[in-house]
Write a protein that binds this ligand. Structure first.
Ligand code: URA
Length: 254
């Protein structure tokens, strides 16, 4: 791998608290979005505003449907945790289930794992304020933060799939084993699946969405040694986004 921007790699290691040498070099080159003529930009903005209004309405409706799901977790949690981030996003992330912080606030990934995730994604120009949307497979907190069981996943999964079909991202990022196995319908664990190209298919809607699976940030917090591997996954995601002309904003200080 050729070195293009050592500084971002060093910043990444510092921010992720990776102190030992990684031995592989980064290749990050954040580019400006291409410039469009002004009137084209305005028309595009109008269209996006209308699309976004419709989408927000559809998402509200989906949230209402989820509220009525017959899931045992509903009665023992504080809040339904639906989503966070920009609705009109080209990148959608899916985690496992809310934890204590998420249950309290009603938003996904607001605790320690969420903070680490935001930090990681910031390195490749992704932020929930600007350009990604995030949800979970299961919408309520399993007691004691246990892994959701197969029944809970089975009940929630059709709604998560509907969620994907509304957002229609150009890239789906699955966080950890539960999201990866449920969405890709495979038995292999994240260690085998990460670093490779996958697709999520919804045949009834003729959807084929490029998908990547990465370690869950909570796993990285428990196993800091694995943080090294996330760099390669981020580089891969960044290069997919660049190649396909998806988003990419300048990162801070770049
Ligand atoms: N872990 C998850 O999988 N989802 C959250 O929302 C928070 C932690």
């Amino acid at each position: 791998m050729k070195v293009k921007n050592i500084k971002s790699f060093i910043d990444f290691c510092k921010s992720m608290e990776i102190s030992d040498s990684i031995g592989r070099q980064p290749r990050i080159e954040l580019k400006n979005k291409s410039k469009r003529p002004l009137n084209e930009e305005i028309k595009l903005k109008d269209r996006l505003d209308t699309d976004c209004f419709n989408l927000v309405e559809k998402l509200k409706k989906l949230r209402g449907e989820i509220k009525n799901i017959d899931c045992n977790l509903k009665d023992i949690s504080t809040n339904l945790v639906f989503s966070d981030g920009k609705e009109k996003s080209e990148v959608m992330l899916i985690g496992e289930a809310p934890g204590a912080d998420e249950d309290k606030i009603g938003k996904p990934f607001v605790g320690q794992a969420g903070k680490l995730l935001d930090k990681m994604l910031e390195f490749i120009g992704l932020s929930r304020e600007k350009n990604f949307y995030i949800t979970n497979i299961v919408f309520w907190r399993p007691p004691g933060n246990r892994t959701p069981n197969s029944q809970e996943i089975k009940i929630c999964l059709p709604y998560t799939k509907k969620h994907i079909s509304l957002i229609k991202p150009k890239l789906l990022i699955l966080l950890g084993n539960v999201a990866t196995k449920s969405i890709l319908e495979i038995d292999q664990g994240i260690t085998k699946v990460r670093g490779k190209e996958h697709f999520y298919f919804d045949e009834s809607l003729n959807l084929k969405i490029p998908t990547r699976a990465i370690y869950h940030p909570a796993y990285l917090l428990r196993n800091p040694i694995e943080k090294k591997k996330i760099w390669d996954d981020l580089i891969d995601i960044h290069s997919f986004l660049t190649k396909n002309n998806i988003l990419i904003e300048h990162k801070k200080n770049d």
